[in-house]
Design a protein around this ligand. Structure first.
Ligand code: ATP
Length: 368
């Protein structure tokens, strides 16, 4: 029986448990034995009881659980060949040669590297006398499939990452709560949301809550952003609005590449010579990651988990490592490294202040 291992890696996101549940059950449905690797790459490197065979009932109820029940970790050892050799040894000792990884672009890069290196890792195990060529014969290739778990919706090539709609729902809920108190006291709130290189959460939350002004990394405001924001807020106030909501992504920048902080925005709104608004800052932080997955993420996790098992069973040594994406409502397979490289190009463009290029690289929802 074919053995398929499933793991979660990098930052957790709502829906990861749905992925594990779908993969475990689809693997059983396809006549395979599913295994879970606990604690991300740490579990792969350390092996032992961090690699466990799963049964159908082991994942019962997981669809509605937040976070990742099999754990995740940042693992320095996996950056080193010695760590990846230990990982190969642990997989082979359990008879596993197919791996499904749900994580962000870092985790997926590590996965692709592991797969590319696999033949030489196997040779090393043979050269060390740990296994004979005959014993290693069934493990000459490692099939890997990636799934994108991220609250930021920051991977190029897919319309939505698993977890982003849950985080967005959480942000909107929090802003609804804040709005009640804001309009009671006629206050302004500057709300910081996650997104170092990707403003999807800030942009979509701005639309979904009707915020007065937003800041995202890909599209810095013009040099006169201070005057622009103040005149918009003032206009809204003159129209009778009793609350002001400004949403700022963690990675918001000005055109010179300087960070725009919530404190800067607050000081501006509160400035007695200007708007003089009673202004507070709310950093939503890890609240955005927590809690159960919304229906969309459960659906995405399940459909993509099923597709990942199919893809890992159909993969050949010749096919490039794939990542499961969603494009125009269809679950599709895409070359993993292309998606990762495109994602890194956006981050690089932002860092080198080539904002037009960053915008051009972003998906259509970011267009003007
Ligand atoms: P998030 O976007 O939420 O931060 P991520 O998957 O990008 O998630 P990272 O911390 O970048 O998170 O990566 C998670 C783990 O993947 C690392 O701790 C490391 O073990 C492994 N990894 C990342 N990049 C590589 C790489 N180039 N080579 C080998 N392993 C890697």
């Amino acid at each position: 029986r074919k053995k398929i291992a499933i793991m979660t890696s990098g930052g957790d996101s709502p829906g990861m448990n749905g992925v594990v549940r779908a993969c475990v059950r689809m693997a059983i449905h396809m006549g395979c034995d599913p295994y879970c690797i606990y604690e991300g790459y740490e579990g792969l490197v350390r092996g032992g009881n961090l690699i466990r065979k799963m049964e159908w009932h082991d994942v019962r109820g997981w669809l509605s659980e937040g976070g990742t029940l099999i754990g995740t970790a940042r693992c320095m050892a996996f950056f080193e060949r010695a760590g990846r050799l230990a990982a190969a040894r642990n997989l082979i000792s359990q008879g596993i040669d197919a791996l499904i990884i749900c994580g962000g672009d870092g985790s997926l890069t590590g996965a692709d590297r592991f797969r590319a290196e696999w033949p030489t890792l196997i040779e090393e195990l043979e050269a060390n006398g740990e296994y004979t060529a005959d014993q290693l014969a069934p493990y000459r290739h490692l099939n890997i499939v990636g799934l994108v778990g991220s609250i930021d919706n920051d991977l190029s090539g897919t319309d939505a990452t698993i977890g982003c709609y849950s985080a967005l729902a959480r942000i909107c809920y929090a802003i609804d709560l804040i709005e009640a108190t804001a309009s009671s006291h006629s206050r302004a709130f500057v709300i910081e949301v996650m997104g170092r290189h990707c403003g999807w959460l800030a942009l979509m939350a701005g639309i979904a809550t009707g915020a007065d002004f937003i800041f995202i990394p890909e599209k810095p405001r013009k040099d006169n952003w201070r005057e622009e924001m103040c005149s918009i807020v003032e206009h809204h106030r003159k129209q009778g609005k009793r609350k002001t909501i400004v949403i700022i992504a963690e990675g918001a920048l000005d055109r010179e590449g300087n960070k725009i902080t919530p404190e800067m925005v607050k000081d501006l709104l509160a400035d007695k010579k200007g708007l003089g608004l009673d202004t507070r800052i709310t950093t939503l932080g890890h609240v955005q990651r927590g809690g159960t997955a919304v229906a969309y993420d459960r659906m995405l996790a399940t459909l993509q988990g099923v597709e990942a098992v199919k893809a890992v069973l159909e993969a050949t040594p010749e096919t490039p490592t794939c990542v499961i994406a969603i494009n125009e409502n269809k679950i599709v397979r895409k070359p993993l490294m292309q998606a990762v490289q495109d994602t890194k190009r956006v981050a690089k463009a932002i860092e080198s202040q080539e904002f037009d290029q960053a915008m051009a690289l972003r998906d259509t929802e970011f267009s003007e």
